[in-house]
Design a protein around this ligand. Structure first.
Ligand code: ADP
Length: 485
């Protein structure tokens, strides 16, 4: 089979820049796709952390005037990643969070920062760098959403385009006065172009103009076509349903492997489950909980936001109390929720602890040391933490939405009778149903033999990238074969 060349375009890439699942996916997919005969180059903004990762880059292209300054495309390898960094100090020469300034607000020039990324992607998609002719430009989320638009409204032959939605809640909307500055023609400001309720919608543009649209789970691909979860874009997505599909995310199973994880006090696998106990003890010690191996220990690794249902969890804490269970919360997000969880923990010393912050290493310990992981999301495009939880034998307790519905099998009575079930799934999403799910988890905990069986099944769930990578490769090949440039 002819190898395919793909330019992946995103604002985050693990391990260099990550604020959430987007970074994980963009970082892990290239290595998995390499096994499918797809060569991926990843274009990201030249943030300081990215430039530091390619200290001796090749300068492959110059963009002398890119929104108020000179820019260059730098090529280099960082680990397994074949990177193209858009070096534009006037846009990206700022340390810290890729989207927010030191005051915690969006950078005021984010419209230009990410239009620049898309412009560079479009130039590459038109063959600007002679040694690199991508067959496909694959844009991730709103930050790359204008890439299909620049290609569509430009001239000459160009790569086909795929737009992937990692979260429809983030759409990138900016004033229509920017149109000329962005270099888009007047006709682009139309319902079937970049116009979105009188503004310019970056994600909307990608969804309207890409050759194919994917999102990160089959269930979410359906949900976003409904008014309830379509975030104002459901009409467009219904129109584009023939080219819309859902491909589940995986996790990097070399980073997330309990048998080799250097971040754990005790490595383990499904055949050595008792060794997991040392991680539970370490987690209890780290969070100042009572050192009780018999207590059911719930974990949370999440953004503390409405989307993640964290307000519902806060309301449902009495169910955790009733079960005499323990809870560790690792997360950051909305200030009122941060305060609420910190205060709740202060009232439950030894039984509950909250750590506000983002701590990759600690996330591993929570996965390996907790007995169950709570994810009461109101919507969840895919979700990665439940995949880590499955692999680490922490039973996911999840709302039946999006990728959570696609990846966790409810351990109800019939499932157990059929030797199935990998977690607890509840629906609809409410405080009451979450409390019932917590009660069900506590009931299951009281039958250790059954718990252990569910845990072993959870740990044998295929959560890696091999299967998803085959689906992306098939989609790319189908696109190139049936929809040639
Ligand atoms: P989202 O991208 O919506 O936040 P995902 O489940 O897709 O949710 O991805 C979240 C990623 O971020 C996972 O890799 C998870 O382990 C990680 N993560 C979230 N919060 C924290 C935290 N407080 N500390 C460490 N890792 C976190």
């Amino acid at each position: 089979m002819k190898p395919l060349a793909v330019l992946s375009v995103a604002s985050e890439v693990f391990p260099l820049v990550k604020t959430g699942g987007l970074g994980d996916v963009v970082g892990a997919l290239p290595a998995a796709l390499a096994h499918e005969g797809v060569a991926v180059r990843t274009l990201v903004p030249g943030y300081p952390a990215v430039l530091a990762a390619i200290p001796h880059p090749d300068v492959v292209y110059a963009l002398p005037r890119l929104f108020g300054g000179a820019a260059r495309l730098l090529a280099g390898r960082a680990g397994e990643l074949d990177l193209l960094a858009l070096d534009a100090p006037h846009l990206y020469g700022r340390p810290g969070n890729p989207y927010l300034g030191p005051d915690g607000r969006e950078w005021p020039d984010n419209a230009l920062r990410f239009a620049a990324l898309a412009r560079a992607a479009a130039e590459l998609g038109r063959g600007a760098v002679p040694a690199f002719h991508p067959d496909i430009v694959h844009a991730h989320d709103w930050q790359a959403g204008l890439a299909p638009a620049f290609l569509h409204y430009g001239t000459g032959p160009h790569a086909r385009t795929v737009m992937t939605v990692h979260n429809l809640a983030f759409q990138g909307q900016f004033p229509h006065e920017l149109l000329a500055k962005l270099g888009l023609p007047t006709r682009a400001f139309a319902v079937d172009g970049v116009e979105y309720y009188g503004s310019i919608g970056y994600l909307k543009a990608g969804l309207a103009l890409a050759d194919r649209i994917t999102t990160v789970s089959p269930t979410y691909a359906g949900e976003i076509r409904t008014p309830e979860l379509g975030m104002g874009l459901d009409g467009l997505l219904r129109t584009r349903a023939p080219v819309l599909s859902g491909i589940l995310n995986g996790i990097d199973d070399s980073v997330w492997n309990p048998a080799t994880d250097p971040l754990l006090p005790a490595a383990f696998d499904a055949r050595q489950l008792p060794r997991r106990g040392a991680n539970k003890s370490a987690l209890q010690a780290r969070f100042g909980l009572a050192p009780d191996p018999g207590a059911l220990l719930f974990g949370v690794v999440s953004r503390l936001t409405w989307q993640k249902g964290m307000d519902l969890l806060h309301e449902a804490l009495p169910a955790i109390d009733r079960a005499h269970a323990q809870l560790v919360v690792l997360g950051a997000g909305d200030k009122p929720l941060e305060h609420a969880f910190t205060a709740a923990a202060a009232h439950r010393r030894g039984r509950m602890a909250t750590l506000i912050g983002y701590d990759e290493a600690l996330a591993h310990l929570v996965q390996a040391g907790s007995d169950a992981l709570l994810l009461p999301s109101r919507f969840e495009p895919c979700g990665l933490t439940q995949l880590c939880a499955l692999r680490y034998g922490s039973l996911p307790v999840v709302a039946r939405v999006g990728g959570l519905a696609d990846t966790v099998i409810d351990a109800n009575e019939m499932a157990l009778a059929a030797s199935a079930g990998t977690g607890i799934v509840f629906s609809p999403v409410s405080r009451e149903t979450l409390e019932i799910a917590i009660d069900r988890t506590a009931a299951l905990w009281k039958t250790p033999v059954v718990w252990r069986r569910v845990q072993v099944r959870a740990m044998s769930t295929d959560v890696g990238w091999t299967r998803p990578a085959k689906r992306y490769a098939a989609l790319y090949r189908d696109l190139v074969a049936h929809d040639p440039a």
